[in-house]
Write a protein that binds this ligand. Structure first.
Ligand code: CP
Ligand code: NVA
Length: 312
């Protein structure tokens, strides 16, 4: 598959064929690793990893993934080390980094900053989470769903909780992959209308449905996949206590799981606030929960992204 300089800022940047190709590539690369076959397609290439938020999975999986592909990962702390943290423009940063690196992965607050970085870079830019979207996570989640359940088309996904970056990327991922998605959020914490409308247009074309509700018990009926995330995302720490009250009834607990399909899968992007948005018995449920398969698959799926974007 031929691609010019391409980015992954949003799942909607990639069409259905490109996403299928990504899943196949990730599966192949995962098999190489499991069977001990070396695959150094990024030998001599460098990925800059820009962070202005904390991370366990994203940082470690991109860093290790780049190393396993034979390349070099360079960790760049935006606030502590980069001049952009002291006022250098995103545009100039993009132009300069494009002269040294072969790709950039960035995790930051403002989604517009990532859009700008991609626009002014001549190298691929990968969104490792913004306040608006988390595409690498949801692509990994769908890849993990396929491993466990096969074809995602027509599957019923229910996201319980905050209309946050995860919920937004789920709208995009479900629409692109033909999954029916219901998002149940408390009043006032729904997803952004423009994200919902853009994804809905794709869903309509793809023959699947996207729904919003404030009723979690109704939403989970017939679910093949139940998903949740923290109630207060990075940057919202000051609201955390207030949100615990407002999200009452939206905890993913045994009562909700029992209303879903008997073979329902449970996912959470992690980190989890156990006892808040999800109970211990649900996240550790050996029959339904695949949260650590999901976490592992960040490595394999992102190696697929890096391979596709950086070997062109
Ligand atoms: N799920 C996820 O992106 O985890 P980190 O915040 O640890 O990177
Ligand atoms: N919504 C969470 C996701 C973390 C992976 C956050 O932004 O903090």
């Amino acid at each position: 598959m031929h691609m010019l300089k391409k980015d992954l800022v949003s799942i909607l940047d990639w069409n259905e064929e490109e996403i299928k190709h990504l899943f196949k590539t990730a599966e192949r690369i995962k098999n190489y690793q499991k069977t001990g076959v070396e695959f150094h397609s990024l030998k001599g290439k460098t990925l800059g990893m820009m962070f202005s938020k904390a991370s366990t999975r994203t940082r470690v999986s991109f860093e290790v993934g780049m190393y396993q592909l034979g390349g070099y990962p360079l960790y760049l702390d935006i606030k502590a080390n980069l001049q952009v943290g002291r006022g250098e423009t995103i545009e100039d940063t993009a132009r300069v980094l494009s002269r040294y690196l072969d790709g950039i992965m960035i995790r930051t607050f403002s989604h517009d900053d990532v859009v700008k970085l991609a626009k002014y870079s001549s190298i691929p830019v990968i969104n490792g989470l913004t306040d608006l979207l988390h595409p690498c996570q949801v692509l990994t989640d769908i890849f993990t769903f396929i491993e466990h359940r096969g074809d995602p088309k027509g599957a019923n996904v229910v996201f319980i909780g905050d209309g946050n970056n995860m919920a937004h990327s789920w709208l995009n991922g479900a629409a692109r992959c033909g999954m029916n998605l219901t998002i149940a959020s408390p009043k006032g914490f729904e997803v952004k209308k423009d994200v919902f409308d853009a994804a809905s247009a794709v869903a309509k074309y793809n023959g699947c449905t996207l729904k919003l509700t404030n009723d979690p018990r109704e939403a989970v009926k017939g679910a093949d996949l139940l998903y949740t995330d923290v109630w207060a995302s990075m940057g919202q720490e000051a609201e955390a206590k207030e949100r615990v009250k407002k999200f009452e009834g939206f905890q993913l607990n045994r009562e909700l799981v029992d209303l879903a399909d008997k073979d329902v899968l449970i996912m959470h992007c992690l980190p989890a606030h156990r006892g808040e948005e999800i109970t211990d018995d649900v996240i550790d449920d050996p029959k339904h929960s695949v949260v650590f398969d999901e976490a592992e698959n960040r490595l394999h799926l992102q190696k697929g992204i890096l391979h596709i974007l950086m070997t062109k």
